[in-house]
Design a protein around this ligand. Sequence first.
Ligand code: NDP
Length: 241
Amino acid sequence: MDWTGKRVLITGAGKGIGRATAIMLANRGATVVALTRDQNDLSSLVQEIPCEPICADLSETEAISASVASALPVDMLVNCAGTTALQSFVQCDLQDFGRVLKVNTVAPMVLAQIVVRDWLERGVRGSIVNVSSDAARRGVANHAAYCASKAALDAITRVMAVELGAAGIRVNSVNPTVTLTPMGELAWSDPVKADPVKARIPLARFLDPNEVAEAILFLLSNEASMVTGISLPVDGGLAIS
Ligand code: NDP
C-alpha cells in the first residue's frame, strides 16, 4: 500500500485504536491530521510521529465544522473517536444516551459531510472508514446507547456507500470485538467477565489495537478499491461462532 502524499484525518487519535492507526499511517508515509480532545495526548503524539494536531470535543456538534476547517483538504477520513455510557436499559438516562449518539454517530456523519462536500467539489475519489463495533449487531447488557449508536453508524455507512459510489467515494466500517485499549482494559480486565467472552472467540483472545489499525488501513487503501458499504468484523471469528 502506497501512502505517500496521502493526507488522512483521524479522530480519537489520542489513545487506543485511533492512536495506533495514526502511528501506523505516519510510519508508512501518510500525512496525519490527528484530532482528539485531550491536549496532553496530542502533545505526546506530536513527539512520537509527525502529525498536525487538532484539539476538539466532538460532542459539541455545532463546533465541528470550525474545528476541522484547518484540516481540509484531506484524501481519507477515519472516524474513530468513541464513547459509552454503562446503564441498564430501564435506567438509561436520555442525556447520556444523546451524548453517546452525538460522539459515536452524529460526529462521524457531520465530519463525513464536511469532507465529502469538499471531495465532490474537487472530484476526489476519497475513502472513509468508520470505527464501529461488534456491538452494532449484538445485544450487550448495559450498552443500549452504545449498541444503538454503532448500529446507526453501520446504517449510515451503507447509505453513504450507496449515494457516493457513483462519485468513486468508498465508505466502510470496521467492527472490532474487545480490543485492549484504555477503554477496553477498563471494561474487560476482570477475568470473570472476560473469560466467557474469550471462550466464544474461535481465535480465543482479545485484539491488539494494531490488528484493528491494519484492517482500517486495508479498507482505506486502493487495495480495497472494489470494497464499499461493508461492516468488517475484526473479531477472531466471534460473529460466526
Ligand atoms: P479509547 O478510549 O482508548 O480512545 C478513544 C479516543 O477517542 C480517545 O483519544 C478519546 O479522548 C477520544 N474521544 C472520545 N470522545 C471524544 C470526543 N467527544 N471528542 C474528541 N475525541 C474524543 O477508545 P478505543 O480506542 O478503545 O476505541 C476507539 C473506537 O473503537 C471507538 O469508536 C470504540 O467505540 C471502538 N471500539 C472499541 C472497542 C474496544 O474494545 N476497545 C471494541 C469495538 C469498538 P479522551 O481519552 O480524552 O476521552
